[in-house]
Design a protein around this ligand. Structure first.
Ligand code: DX5
Ligand code: ZN
Length: 220
């Protein structure tokens, strides 16, 4: 697996001008959109509901990457499947039945990912690694945009890449989310990340220019 994808996180887009910001990102070369769904329980913040996926699907055919930060994520899967999410990422601590939730997503022919919080070890999810399509490494504590990158997470990325190399049945992509900028993106790329989520870096400045800068540093 050898590709890089820049996925702007719409959490940092201008809520009242979401359509405008997303169009600018599309024109600027965004390759995927990352949509953070938060319930104020699993993480201490509220953001979008699944209806945003449906709304965004109407304006773009780019892959939509859903990051579910809710308890009982099963409650939202039917809707997200119907809304044509392309990748659904589930926190392993958010349900008692992560395996079943992954199976449900994949049965609908949608890619399923697991999310590892900074404090979640790879060994704790070992039985899931042959099953999942994506592993999302949180490089900040989930819940908010604009936080500092946790540098130790590059080792987790490196380990995941190494494990995939050693196991022919591991086919997951590696995604990193939180504190991504030109410098941290480069470190994550070297470690083995392939999908780079960037929120405040992209939307707090000139959107198209920021995407171009990230692409340049990742040499895509
Ligand atoms: C945080 C979210 C991220 C967030 C990243 O819980 O999962 O997707 O938007 O924001 P930045 O890139 O600003 O750290
Ligand atoms: Zn996210």
């Amino acid at each position: 697996m050898n590709f890089d994808v820049i996925a702007p996180s719409i959490l940092s887009a201008d809520r009242l001008n979401l359509h405008r910001d997303l169009q600018t990102a599309i024109q600027g070369g965004a390759q995927m959109f990352h949509i953070d769904i938060m319930d104020g329980v699993f993480v201490p913040n509220l953001s979008f509901g699944p209806s945003f996926v449906q709304a965004i699907r109407k304006i773009t055919s780019l892959p939509l990457d859903v990051h579910l930060m809710t308890i009982n994520p099963e409650n939202y899967l039917d809707e997200l499947i119907a809304d044509q999410a392309d990748l659904i990422n589930l926190h392993v601590e958010s349900t008692n039945h992560i395996y079943r939730a992954i199976q449900k997503v994949q049965a609908a022919e949608i890619k399923a990912g697991i999310v590892l919080n900074p404090g979640t070890s790879i060994s704790s999810v070992a039985p899931l690694l042959p099953l999942v399509d994506n592993v999302l490494v949180m490089s900040v504590n989930p819940g908010f945009g604009g936080q500092q990158f946790i540098y130790a997470m590059t080792q987790k990325i490196q380990k995941l890449a190494q494990l995939r190399k050693q196991n022919a049945d591991y086919t997951y992509t590696i995604e990193v989310d939180g504190g991504i900028n030109e410098q941290t993106a480069k470190l994550c790329k070297v470690a083995g990340a392939q999908i780079f989520v960037a929120g405040s870096y992209v939307f707090d400045h000139d959107i198209a220019q920021q995407i171009a800068r990230l692409k340049e540093v990742l040499v895509i």
